[in-house]
Design a protein around this ligand. Structure first.
Ligand SMILES: [Zn+2]
Length: 191
């Protein structure tokens, strides 16, 4: 379907181009700042009260109509993202295959890498972000949280947990109780 020009002009001002940086694609998602449906997909009013999926509109505004029967699929697995180069036209099967290839079913990066193997909770990440903002050294924070310095650095750059906001200073525990198992391992290293 072709999109009328006035609609196109209204579209991009609703897009926040500073979303989380995708760890594999290496570029930030562009998030739909308007209304979203229950699944998180953006909804754009193309006129006459007709709503269309925002990511689909974004792809079409950039590349032309999506062939009949195909979906606009997300490389980044982030439903509100409307960045055209994070999207590709495909069948529902393509979408699922792409998801499996990227391991969507194992680590859901768009929700902040909350995989079953995630080393940190969202609350810990929020504290870490506050400490980084306050200028504390990554190496000290890593030691307190008992994680690698590389992980702290990825949080600092937004490569991981890009959607978690820093905690208010008052909520930050600056001398957290480290996990005893982790400490035992560290002591083992020193021996
Ligand atoms: Zn994206």
């Amino acid at each position: 379907m072709t999109i009328a020009r006035p609609a196109a002009e209204r579209f991009w001002p609703h897009v926040d181009k500073e979303g989380p940086v995708h760890p594999v694609l290496g570029t930030p998602c562009w998030l739909w700042a308007g209304h979203r449906d229950k699944r998180g997909y953006g909804q754009f009013n193309v006129g006459k009260r007709k709503l269309r999926l925002a990511h689909r509109v974004a792809w079409e505004l950039t590349n032309g109509p999506i062939p009949d029967g195909l979906f606009a699929c997300h490389h980044c697995d982030n439903p509100p993202c409307v960045r055209p180069d994070h999207l590709f036209p495909g069948t529902n099967g393509d979408n699922i295959n792409d998801a499996i290839r990227k391991g969507r079913y194992h680590s859901h990066w768009s929700k902040g890498m909350r995989s079953p193997n995630a080393q940190l909770t969202e609350t810990q990440v929020a504290s870490i972000k506050r400490r980084l903002l306050d200028g504390e050294m990554g190496i000290d924070i890593a030691a307190d949280a008992c994680v690698s310095k590389a992980l702290i650095s990825n949080i600092n750059t937004g490569r991981l947990w890009g959607d978690v906001a820093p905690a208010p200073a008052a909520y930050v525990n600056r001398e957290p109780e480290p996990d005893p198992a982790c400490l035992a391992e560290q002591e083992g290293d020193d021996a």
